[in-house]
Write a protein that binds this ligand. Structure first.
Ligand SMILES: [Zn+2]
Length: 474
């Protein structure tokens, strides 16, 4: 009897492995394969510019966890954020639409007399469709843990579609270790379910205050920052911390140590996922909402106003179940809005008409893509009160236009990002035809996707205004 059971068990096991192997091999031919119980883990790290990550070429060893994830997954070398600001960029990630479509951004409104007035961040409306809503329909448990005040449900509206949206903390931010405590508690109860889990870490955002436990490396003082200190002394957030060029180097160092801390915490989180034995059926996406200007282009330890690549180039790493396609590097330009179509394509869930991004699975599978890569981004320049309208950028492989429609308060700029990745030489006067071609494409992109209408003005209440003022947003 015992022998019979063993034989039957053996036959079942053999059949299962044959079916599994067959499925795996057909997937290579056809992206329409579904791993039915694949979990989705989306990790977004606030304010993390890609060139401060080892896997993206940074020479300080501060991101061993992210670097390992890049080796086990696919690294997209040129990933572009849709906005250099937290809520609009995350809304683009989660809806696969540009900010001018989802409208989770700073808005202008008209008062009763028809005068144009400035509002603050407009939360996501229900006319948008989010990744959480789509995956919930597909039977996923959906949970989010956010760590920055501008992603709270009240401010961003990004809780749409989540069963759990953990945004309850005091002050502007919650440190990664504190967020992890809650995530671990959640995992303990829910790891057996099929889940979509979004974790947002805020640590690299200014002010840079890494915990004492992070080792201080003295090599930072060798970095030279030969810039005018005067604007920093006028800046209310920086005048108390920067009095010398060495202080600038120190701030960059502290920014790095925040990255190191968040990297350590992600490592601890992935250890928990491994302990529950669910790492091989979890699709992991690691990205950022935007980068940070560390004094470049006269933007000092900040982001949100300008559209230079220090604020737009972000990491994008996708680790597929069982490390499939591990170590691959995709050179083509991709955008934040491509994340949702890519993971749905992998999961064999139909893409939606609303999406403006495309699936990157053809790139993963070395297949031709229909369109030449391009990217669009826009800023919340209205925050600075320096410009009448937004700045926008449209870019193709080598060229990037920063378009200022106003033309008076700000002028358009053109860069060759292949030859000049840090955008030091504005080439618009020498290349007017290229600039004009990119401008036409930019305007066509906007025309083809009209803004969603917003009902009412929904201007912030006094409490929200006060909070925004205290955080320096108004
Ligand atoms: Zn952010």
């Amino acid at each position: 009897m015992k022998k019979k059971i063993i034989v039957v068990f053996f036959i079942i096991a053999l059949c299962c492995s044959i079916i599994f192997l067959k499925d795996r091999s057909t997937f290579k031919e056809n992206t329409n394969h579904s791993f039915g119980n694949t979990n989705v883990l989306l990790i977004t790290i606030d304010t993390l510019r890609s060139d401060h990550i080892g896997a993206y070429g940074y020479n300080r060893n501060i991101t061993p966890t992210i670097d390992k994830l890049a080796k086990e997954g696919i690294r997209f070398k040129h990933a572009i954020a849709q906005a250099p600001y937290t809520a609009p960029s995350h809304a683009s990630i989660l809806t696969s639409t540009y900010p001018f479509v989802h409208n989770t951004r700073n808005m202008f409104f008209q008062d009763s007399s028809g005068k144009k007035i400035e509002g603050v961040n407009y939360p996501l409306t229900h006319t948008n469709l989010t990744l959480a809503e789509i995956l919930k329909e597909e039977g996923y448990d959906t949970s989010a843990f956010v760590s920055g005040w501008t992603l709270t449900a009240k401010f961003s509206g990004l809780h749409q579609g989540f069963d759990v949206y953990e945004d309850n903390f005091d002050g502007e931010e919650r440190k990664a270790d504190k967020t992890n405590v809650l995530v671990k508690q959640w995992l303990e109860k829910n790891y057996r379910k099929k889940f979509f889990l979004w974790i947002h870490y805020f640590d690299p955002h200014f002010p840079y205050s890494p915990p004492e436990s992070i080792k201080i490396d003295s090599s930072f003082s060798e970095v030279k920052f030969d810039i005018d200190l005067m604007p920093l002394k006028k800046n209310p957030y920086l005048r108390d911390v920067i009095n010398s060029h060495e202080d600038i180097a120190k701030q960059v160092h502290l920014y790095d140590m925040e990255i190191k801390f968040v990297d350590q915490q992600i490592g601890k989180l992935l250890d928990v996922i491994k302990e529950y034995n669910i790492i091989d059926n979890t699709l992991i996406i690691l990205t950022a909402d935007h980068g940070e200007s560390l004094t470049e282009h006269k933007e000092y330890f900040d982001h949100g106003t300008y559209l230079y690549d220090v604020c737009l180039k972000i990491p994008l790493i996708i680790k597929f179940p069982n490390n499939q396609w591990q170590g691959k590097v995709v050179d083509s330009m991709v955008q934040s809005i491509d994340i949702v179509p890519t993971l749905l394509d992998f999961l064999n869930i139909p893409l939606r008409r609303e999406f403006q991004g495309v699936s990157l699975m053809p790139m993963v599978l070395n297949k031709e893509t229909a369109n030449a890569p391009y990217a669009y981004s826009e800023s919340d320049a209205v925050l600075s009160k320096r410009f009448g309208e937004r700045l926008r950028t449209y870019r193709v492989k080598d060229w990037k236009l920063i378009y200022a429609s106003d033309g008076v308060l700000a002028e358009s700029e053109l860069y060759n990002t292949t030859e000049d990745p840090y955008e030091t030489k504005n080439l618009i006067d020498e290349n007017k035809e290229i600039a004009e071609r990119l401008k036409e494409k930019l305007l066509l992109t906007i025309k083809n996707h009209p803004e969603k209408k917003i009902e009412g003005t929904n201007l912030p209440d006094e409490e929200t205004k006060e909070k925004l003022k205290s955080l320096g947003y108004l």
